[in-house]
Design a protein around this ligand. Structure first.
Ligand code: G6P
Length: 607
């Protein structure tokens, strides 16, 4: 989604800002812009296209600029045009603002400003910010005071970077419910909405908290809480971003690269945590709350998108292995739901990015309930990782493709570990799951070796317009996730269904142009799922079955993919890999932008 990068320092500001914006491109955006400022000189360049276009337009500049703020915009209010791209300015054009989030009361503010004689050039909510700063500046004459007063009048969510042509030595930033970090360099600071935009040389960072603003210059930094009207002292934290992990290497797309990283992903999620020889599951991130976890009797998992489907797998796992009732709720629903919550409930937020606005809002909802809040997060140091009481990191490494693949694998692996941990070793499944988890990386590798075969089958189906994914038990959430993956990257209409529900509706759609992808592992639900396949088969619906050696289909179906045997509780890790490859190859065949599907964003930072 939207990205912010700003620079103030003793080298040319353009390069770090453009590089930072490029590093944020994977999150999805549709327009970009930059303001560059130096003594008596300011320029504003925007494009309804890519960051590369900005870079080209800037290449002819002779002067050096010590301050720049840049932005990649994912349209919310107003279409993705040049006029709506950030930075936005006041009418005089000497105040520049980039903004992530949504200003919920922008209509009221706009009406107020229009009455005061202000004219607007864009359809965005953001434009009220520089105009309002201008209004207050007219009264206070001090930019910082005008900035503070403006922040106090904004409602909604925001990360803001602002610059004033008459004050080219400072960048002003603030945040509320949207991340903002300040990277510390030598005689320079880089402000950004994500640490990945800070560049590999930046090793220290300040995380701004809600209601904090900072006045950032080359060599100094002042942080101020504008709600409590007091200055804040804090120390920078160390960051580690491995740039090797984020390059494409020999892969044509990040999605494929990340699917192929799955064996390593599982390995990284279990290393040091699962010790089959000692029959131990050790989750250091939960140690500080181990006592509290003894007394819980209900778990609510909140998440969005693929993380939500990982949560549904977790529901089966935790209930079966640890015997604790689990409910999985879409974060966007949970935050508005009025339900009774007791102190023996734990809320677990699952998030790859750790920055999803709805998931953050769900956690905020229970902040004052005295409820334990845990996180299963991939992005180290992200908002959700910092706001939860404890948690378990996924350690999947950066995920760049908008469609989540290896993060799902990591989340399910961590959920299996949490299920084992919460069972206190008292489950008959404890030993089998611990023992089998260490075999999963090799089994996923075996599936990846079949990628050419999966590709061939996928290409056969790339012209279909509709798809059904079905499964029972652990395979039901996998069917939902498989359908989501296909929708996201190939724009084919796909639905995931519990196989047992076919007769209650979806069967009506089945005919020769409506293929079904059946998830058919070995287990006690095999025969029941086969009966569902018979019903589809007799209505001429094409079937692709994913199965193991012990769950081969005897019917004459169109296609089948055989994968290694594993225990029921870990089957999602293997089946999901096939589904990810299947969607990937269809999207490539349709010549779509696999890593950046239309209309979607990697990190959804607005509610
Ligand atoms: C977006 C992404 C999905 C992701 C979802 C939740 O929609 O495109 O891939 O599953 O957000 O994101 P999170 O970072 O919270 O897991």
């Amino acid at each position: 989604m939207c990205g912010i990068v700003g620079y103030i320092g003793n080298r040319s500001a353009i390069e770090p800002v453009i590089e930072g914006l490029k590093a944020l491109e994977y999150r999805g955006y549709d327009s970009a812009g930059i303001s560059i400022i130096d003594k008596n000189n300011a320029k504003l360049i925007k494009t309804a296209g890519r960051v590369e276009r900005l870079s080209e337009e800037l290449s002819g500049l002779k002067e050096s600029y010590g301050l720049a703020i840049g932005h990649t915009r994912w349209a919310t209010h107003g279409s993705p045009t040049k006029a709506n791209a950030h930075p936005h300015t006041n009418s005089k054009g000497n105040i520049f603002v980039v903004h992530n989030g949504i200003i919920e009361n922008y209509q009221d503010l706009k009406q107020f400003l229009i009455k005061k004689g202000y004219r607007f050039k864009s359809n965005t909510d953001t434009e009220v910010i520089p105009q309002l700063i201008d209004y207050h500046l007219g009264k206070t004459k001090i930019f910082l005071e005008a900035f503070k007063q403006t922040l106090r009048e904004l409602r909604g969510a925001y990360a803001i970077a602002a610059a004033y042509q008459d004050d080219p030595r400072n960048v002003y930033v603030a945040k509320l419910s949207s991340p903002l970090v300040i990277g510390v360099g030598k005689h320079e600071h880089i402000v950004a909405s994500d640490i990945s935009a800070l560049g590999s040389d930046t090793k220290k960072v300040f995380y701004l908290e809600d209601y904090e603003l900072a006045v950032v210059s080359s060599d100094s930094l002042r942080i101020h809480d504008y709600k409590k009207s007091m200055d804040i002292t804090k120390n920078p934290e160390n960051i580690q971003v491995d740039s090797k992990e984020t390059s494409l290497g020999d892969f044509p797309h990040y999605m494929l690269k990340e699917i192929f990283e799955s064996p390593q992903t599982v390995q990284s999620a279990i290393v040091g945590r699962i010790k089959p020889n000692e029959n131990i599951v050790k989750l250091g991130g939960l140690e500080s709350v181990a006592n509290q976890l003894q007394y819980i009797d209900r778990i609510i998992i909140v998440a969005c998108g693929t993380s939500y489907y990982a949560g549904l797998v977790g529901e089966y796992l935790i209930e079966e292995v640890a015997g604790i009732p689990v409910e999985v709720q879409l974060a966007s629903e949970f935050k508005y739901r009025k339900e009774p919550l007791s102190r023996s409930t734990v809320v677990i937020a699952i998030s790859q990015s750790g920055e999803t606005a709805d998931t953050i809002a769900a956690l905020n909802k229970v902040e004052d309930y005295g409820i334990l809040r845990l996180g299963i997060v991939n992005s180290v140091g992200s908002t959700i990782a910092r706001m939860t009481d404890a948690g378990v990191y996924c350690h999947a490494g950066p995920e760049k493709s908008v469609a989540s693949t290896k993060a799902f694998i990591a989340q399910v692996t961590v959920l299996a570990e949490i299920a084992l941990y919460l069972s206190n070793g008292n489950s008959s499944l404890y030993k089998p799951v611990v023992n089998e988890l260490v075999n999963v990386p090799t089994k996923i590798t075996e599936i990846l070796r079949q990628s050419e075969k999966i590709k061939k089958i996928a290409l056969k189906y790339s012209k279909y317009r509709d798809f059904l994914f079905i499964g029972r038990g652990y395979m039901y959430p996998c069917a939902l996730e498989g359908a989501l993956k296909l929708k996201e990257v190939s724009y084919i209409h796909a639905e995931g269904y519990a196989a047992g529900e076919m007769k209650h509706g979806p069967l009506a759609m089945i005919e020769r142009n409506f293929p079904t992808l059946a998830l058919l592992p070995n287990g006690n639900l095999f025969e029941k799922t086969i009966s569902n396949l018979e019903e589809i088969h007799s209505r001429k619906g094409p079937i692709i079955a994913i199965h193991s050696q012990k769950s081969r289909v005897q019917m004459n179906i169109e296609d089948s993919i055989e994968i290694p045997e594993t225990i029921e509780q870990l089957q999602p890790l293997l089946f999901a890999t096939v589904l990810q490859l299947f969607s990937y190859y269809i999207a490539v065949d349709k010549k779509l932008d696999v890593d950046k599907p239309r209309n979607l964003a990697k990190s959804v930072t607005v509610e």
